[in-house]
Design a protein around this ligand. Structure first.
Ligand SMILES: Cc1cc2nc3c(=O)[nH]c(=O)nc-3n(C[C@H](O)[C@H](O)[C@H](O)COP(=O)(O)OP(=O)(O)OC[C@H]3O[C@@H](n4cnc5c(N)ncnc54)[C@H](O)[C@@H]3O)c2cc1C
Length: 288
């Protein structure tokens, strides 16, 4: 772990995160911007955008490139890593990202539409055989049978890791590309539907069969805010914020789709700006 403490750690590199980064960087803040996979899958997918002021008709991809170009012009680097957890540090927060610890005085969460449970009974078995981080909880399943539901290729190394310690590993990819996993991992192209059991997970039910397992991991799905930051107050599934984009936790801000509908670009960039400026204000107050 480096001792360096950033002024602002921004999690998510979509329109909200980029707007927060640009505004904080313009105010000369020392920032770190973490972004999993492509910066903004929704923007990349948007065929034509006709309601972003000043651009009567532009493709999402064109706008995405333009946003990224703007950030690059200011010297903003995007660290292509996923944030797994955020915990309080002595005078700020610690962002845990794929084993690395990053210190920041303040944090802005811009992670997009929050993950919603996709399997029947998912929330009932959370912590009772159902988890989201195979490398964290894997040792509990040594010598046992597990299934991994992989939303993207990010899940493949987790399946490989579990295959070294578990008796049986089923891998259910929810993406088109053929997974690259070792032969000990059994790839099953079936839709996972439900987890079933008693005190703990016993079965993963799929569209065609029932897999007898002791554990189920869901890997690569969007991050749910409560998993990312324990203690964060939500309204339904969304991060509760005030007009300053402050959450209930001091020094933690949120912006964009993760704070709730409407899921729109102008709202996301606007909230990102407000969060970036208010995090800056707070950092300056801490320094004085
Ligand atoms: C098909 C389609 C068409 C659309 N058309 C329009 C339109 O015409 N007009 C309009 O205004 N809006 C439109 N939208 C909505 C718009 O794209 C979104 O509102 C906007 O992208 C939200 O920005 P955001 O930054 O909040 O989230 P996102 O764009 O979702 O960005 C979130 C980023 O955070 C990253 N991330 C998530 N979790 C983590 C983590 N734990 N660590 C690190 N990074 C993480 C994600 O990988 C992603 O890059 C459309 C969306 C879609 C899907």
């Amino acid at each position: 772990m480096s001792d360096h403490q950033f002024d602002i750690g921004i999690i998510g590199c979509g329109p909200a995160g980029l707007a927060a980064a640009v505004n904080a960087k313009n105010k000369n803040r020392d920032i770190i911007l973490l972004g999993a996979e492509i910066c903004s899958p929704p923007l990349h997918k948007a065929p034509t955008i006709s309601n972003y002021l000043g651009f009567p008709s532009i493709s999402g991809e064109e706008l995405r490139q333009s946003f990224l170009g703007h950030a690059a012009m200011l010297g903003i680097d995007i660290i292509k890593k996923k944030a797994d957890n955020v915990f309080p540090d002595e005078d700020g927060y610690m962002i845990i990202s794929q084993g690395e610890m990053i210190r920041a005085k303040t944090v802005i969460i811009c992670t997009g539409i929050p993950y919603r449970h996709t399997l029947k009974n998912e929330s009932d078995f959370l912590g009772k055989g159902l988890g989201y981080c195979a490398t964290c909880d894997g040792p509990l399943y040594r010598g046992k049978d597990v299934a991994i539901v992989g939303y993207n290729e990010e899940a493949e190394p987790e399946a490989e890791y579990l295959s070294e310690i578990c008796r049986k590993v089923y891998y259910l990819p929810l993406y088109k590309k053929d997974p690259t996993v070792n032969p000990k991992v059994e790839v099953i192209r079936e839709r996972p539907l439900a987890v079933e059991g008693d005190q703990a997970v016993r079965i993963l039910k799929t569209s065609k069969t029932q897999l007898p397992v002791d554990g189920v991991f869901i890997v690569g799905a969007e991050t749910s805010p409560e998993r990312l930051v324990p203690g964060l107050e939500l309204t339904e599934h969304y991060i509760k914020v005030n007009r300053n984009m402050e959450t209930n936790l001091p020094g933690i801000f949120a912006a964009g789709d993760c704070t709730g509908p409407p899921y729109q670009l102008s709202k996301s960039t606007g909230e990102g700006q407000v969060a970036g400026l208010n995090a800056t204000k707070l950092v300056l107050k801490m320094k004085s």
